[in-house]
Write a protein that binds this ligand. Structure first.
Ligand code: UD1
Length: 356
């Protein structure tokens, strides 16, 4: 089986690494990795390939930044050409980014079967670029690997019933595999002069927050008023918006610690020892739940309903007072049973192997 894996953004490297490892244990599978170049900074890309031990990409399309149309169109042009020459048996795409939708569109038009990992997620908010990317990708895919029962249900409601597999969450495989390495990165706490449970870890990068100055300002105002240090690794998009909206003074509050984007081990180390995680990222909501650290989500809705139902995640949106109140009233759930089970990567590899 010749599998063409398409990745481009940070969360996709974290998901793809475990399937790549599973593929390596089958001699009949040849994986070809394409990096679209959507994320290109060292600390948004290369460092993940190194830490997660992913083979260097066979092709890097170096597409870089642009408007959604530009970025997706550039990827589409290059991916189509590449797929025509590589002729894979299956194209593997992950999640909900522009790289995902470009990969699935190129493959669908060439009648190459598509396997979508993290299929069936819905926020029911079509203003999110990710929601459009997911819907299109799911409707073009032949193999839909779902992390949760909700994801399966969402697909069924849209009439997608064939090729749907409830495999579990591949990010749990990654976190389970790499957690021991992350523990070794606890020195980061000393470097940042932090003590366990004495800080909040925050990330903000979703377009709905970064591209709306009122929301971004309200989030930072809330951080500024919190009773603990807020460690904020800055996504490049957020960094440029802070400059554009002139929010420098706001984020330079004494209790906000701005740091560069963290690598995977550093992020896990800081996440595991944080008192509460504050985020608008999808992946970090789950990682918080997997690490059993309470999470406050800076959005009105989430695709990961099970994290809310388990009590580990609270939705606070982008209103300063609601964020502060939610943090102050947080209670750790007592039931510690994990929502997740490892093994998604091997399940997916086995299903694909039977088909090709
Ligand atoms: C993308 C995904 C989002 C995912 C996120 C993870 C889409 C629509 N969005 O958002 O779902 O959660 O990745 O990070 O695909 N930039 C750099 N260096 C980089 C990468 C980006 O400076 O290495 C800057 C560029 O100015 C760019 C901006 O960040 O314009 C945004 O990057 P982009 O890839 O468009 O989307 P993300 O915000 O990263």
């Amino acid at each position: 089986m010749k599998a063409l894996t398409i990745v481009g953004a940070r969360p996709q490297f974290i998901k793809a690494c475990m399937l790549s490892k599973a593929f390596k244990s089958y001699p009949h599978i040849k994986e070809i990795i394409v990096h679209t170049g959507q994320h290109y900074d060292y600390n948004m890309s290369d460092v993940f390939f190194k830490q997660l031990d992913i083979a260097e990409a066979d092709y890097n399309l170096a597409v870089g930044s642009g408007t959604h149309g530009e970025q997706t169109a550039n990827m589409l042009l290059k991916l189509e050409k590449l797929m025509m020459s590589v002729k894979p048996d299956v194209v593997i795409v992950y999640g909900d980014t522009n790289s995902t939708v470009a990969g699935s569109l190129a493959a669908a038009k060439l009648h190459i079967p598509i396997a979508h990992i993290e299929a069936g997620l819905r926020s029911f908010n079509k203003k999110m670029p990710e929601e459009m990317n997911r819907i299109i990708t799911d409707h073009l895919s032949d193999y839909l690997f779902c992390p949760t029962d909700y994801a399966v249900e969402n697909l069924n409601k849209e009439g997608i019933k064939q090729g749907v597999y409830r495999t579990g969450d591949i990010m749990y495989d990654t976190i389970t595999h790499f957690k021991p390495f992350a523990t070794k990165h606890s020195f980061l706490l000393d470097n940042l002069k932090l003590k366990e449970k004495d800080y909040y870890l925050a990330t903000v990068h979703r377009a709905e927050n970064t591209d709306d100055p009122t929301r971004l300002k309200a989030i930072f105002r809330a951080f500024q008023q919190l009773d603990k240090v807020v460690v904020l690794p800055l996504h490049p998009r957020t960094k440029s918006k802070i400059m554009e909206y002139q929010l420098d003074d706001l984020v330079r509050s004494p209790n906000i610690k701005l740091v560069d984007p963290l690598d995977y081990f550093g992020m896990l180390a800081l996440a595991a020892k944080a008192d509460i995680i504050l985020t608008d990222s999808g992946g970090l909501q789950k990682e918080a739940c997997m690490l059993q650290v309470p999470c406050v989500t800076l959005r009105e809705e989430t695709e990961w309903l099970e994290t809310v139902e388990s009590g580990w995640n609270k939705l606070a949106g982008a209103d300063s007072q609601t964020i502060i109140d939610t943090i102050q009233n947080i209670q750790r759930p007592t039931a510690n049973q994990s929502l997740y089970r490892a093994g998604a990567a091997y399940k997916i590899a086995n299903i694909l192997l039977k088909e090709f």
